[in-house]
Write a protein that binds this ligand. Structure first.
Ligand code: NAX
Length: 327
């Protein structure tokens, strides 16, 4: 018997929500055999827009879609949820200090974490997309002491996919030739896309490109891609972010392919010198529905410096939310 999976999407009326919901409903999140029920969480002023999206979802007559609920109450929206995609967040506005940003998001992700703790299904898996994603995930996780910490993750899969495409373009190979890409650290401009373990047709990627390109073009292009999209499109990444969220949860539930890994921000177990408990991006595989950090990679001085810088930023964010009483 196939169980219907309840997927809760926050910020459902936003632009990522619009790109995401149809793909979840069509079966791309969990596979073509798994029926889904959607739960849309929005703030009161956006509930009507979410209702419009729900009308369109109805109008697709997706065979796997077994129902849509809309709410502005986290307790209701997460009731019985198996997957939670936390997309809605408070964006940084002009003149806003980091402390204000973290505090505003604490007001969203704390209550949502508690609602997940009290209402979600036992197998709940949480992906935080809304920025600052890693630290928002940390806030949600600390508000959910009854949920295993490993169920709280943040998205760096978009960065990972961007890195794959940049490298594929540079080497004129299809992305399918590339394996073992890694994004380390924070989903921010300090993130470190690592080509020293990446393989292209059996060779190490870092040896196939000029050092200068890797350092001065590849790393900043991947790290600043979000800003470049805003500049070109006049709006931030939406379909590509939704696509990455689909990839993340799909691989978490269904497993990563043998001989490859992906990137996800997961609670650190202390691997690679990343302080335990920080939600930091690592090379990960998924086995039996759990993320495992790939072990035993050699980290040279070039990589060490960059991983430490990004992890240092996460430590600062963690200390800031601690000082604000949010964790
Ligand atoms: P939009 O502003 O289009 O949509 C956000 C939606 O969230 C709005 O409809 C708003 O009403 C809703 N919302 C706000 N507070 C809420 C709450 N407490 N409960 C439920 N819903 C709430 O933003 P969009 O472009 O969809 O981006 C959403 C988030 O994703 C942003 O924080 C953005 O920075 C982040 N991103 C993260 C990425 C990643 O790789 N991790 C990449 C893309 C994106 O920039």
């Amino acid at each position: 018997i196939v169980m219907t999976v309840k997927v809760t999407v926050t910020g459902a009326a936003g632009q990522i929500g619009y790109a995401l919901l149809f793909r979840v409903a069509s079966g791309q999140l969990l596979g073509a055999d798994t029926p889904v029920k959607l739960s849309l969480l929005e703030i009161p002023q956006a509930v009507k827009a979410a209702e419009g999206t729900a009308m369109e979802l109805d109008d697709c007559a997706f065979p796997l879609l077994r129902g849509i609920e809309i709410s502005d109450d986290p307790a209701k929206a997460f009731d019985g949820a198996n997957v939670a995609l936390l997309v809605g967040a408070r964006p940084r506005t002009k003149g806003m200090e980091r402390g204000d940003l973290l505090e505003a998001n604490g007001g969203i992700f704390g209550p949502q974490g508690r609602a997940i703790n009290d209402n979600a299904a036992d197998d709940i898996r949480v992906l935080v997309v809304g920025n600052p994603a890693n630290t928002n995930a940390l806030i949600a996780r600390s508000a959910a002491p009854d949920v295993p910490a490993e169920r709280f993750t943040a998205m760096t899969r978009l960065d990972h996919n961007r890195a794959l495409s940049q490298l594929a373009g540079k080497l004129s190979v299809p992305v399918t030739e590339i394996s073992k890409m890694t994004i380390w650290g924070n989903h921010s401009a300090t993130q470190y896309p690592d080509l020293f373990h990446t393989e292209v047709g059996g060779k190490v990627a870092a040896e196939l490109v000029e050092e200068e390109w890797l350092r001065d073009t590849f790393i900043p292009t991947v790290a600043k891609r979000g800003a470049a999209i805003i500049e070109a499109r006049g709006a931030s990444s939406a379909a590509s972010a939704a696509n990455a969220a689909i990839d993340h949860v799909h691989d978490w539930v269904n497993g990563t392919p043998e001989g490859d890994w992906t990137s996800a921000a997961v609670p650190s177990d202390g691997s690679y010198g990343v302080p335990e408990g920080l939600i930091s991006s690592f090379p990960v595989v998924s086995r039996n529905g759990r993320w495992e950090i790939v072990q035993g990679l050699e980290i040279d001085a070039f990589s060490r410096e960059r991983i430490d810088a990004s992890v240092g930023e996460l430590v600062e964010e963690r200390d800031a939310v601690k000082a604000l009483g949010l964790i």
